[in-house]
Write a protein that binds this ligand. Structure first.
Ligand code: AMP
Length: 179
């Protein structure tokens, strides 16, 4: 069997794209990790380390790159997958949660019947920046009576202190690659 990739190898594959999608943003392009079967599989293994298959009911993935990691992790942990999407994308009735961005605000949604009360839920996204988006996902999980067991991200931008917004929901916060 191929040897698992470590965090340093995964980090080396992440590309920094300056000024994308707008001036001043250092965009972390994770597609080279996805495009390498060994790095992708190792990333999912590392993001799910410590969780036994069957211990988590549902993994919530955040629109859109979070879907990739959440779906693969859900398959591995034999959990269900539920999307949290930007407003207007989900076809059925939704709960909505509005939160503040640096300029303006954003609205995220979840289907009202997507989680059973008391279910154990993990929230996955590709990257943790200020934490507003993942905290919104946690609020949407709680609206349905779900328990936020933890958060996992491929990338953490530590200088933005996003964990501060997530700790009130769960102290179990994994960021694999940190800047
Ligand atoms: P935040 O709510 O500030 O934690 O932002 C997190 C969301 O924005 C995630 O869904 C990320 O995919 C995206 N995002 C924010 N900053 C970046 C960045 N520098 N590179 C790539 N994606 C980012």
């Amino acid at each position: 069997m191929e040897q698992k990739a470590n965090v340093a190898e995964i980090k080396a594959a992440i590309r920094n794209i300056p000024n994308f999608p707008s001036p001043g943003v250092q965009f972390k392009d994770i597609t080279p990790v996805l495009g390498n079967s060994r790095l992708f599989a190792s990333t999912i293994d590392l993001l799910t380390e410590g969780f036994q298959p069957g211990s988590i009911d549902t993994i919530v993935g955040i629109d859109a790159r979070g879907f990739i990691f959440a779906a693969a992790a859900a398959f591995k942990l034999k959990a269900a997958f539920v999307p949290v999407r930007k407003k207007g994308k989900l076809p059925f009735k939704t709960y909505t949660y509005e939160y503040n961005l640096e300029y303006g605000s954003a609205i995220m949604e979840i289907h009202i019947d997507s989680l059973a009360k008391g279910s154990q839920v993990l929230i996955h996204d590709d990257l943790l920046a200020t934490g507003g988006t993942a905290a919104a996902a946690a609020e949407l999980v709680k609206m349905q009576g779900g328990n936020v067991t933890g958060f996992a991200f491929l990338v953490g931008l530590d200088f933005l202190n996003g964990k501060d917004k997530l700790i009130p929901h769960s102290k179990d916060i994994l960021t694999l690659v940190n800047y």
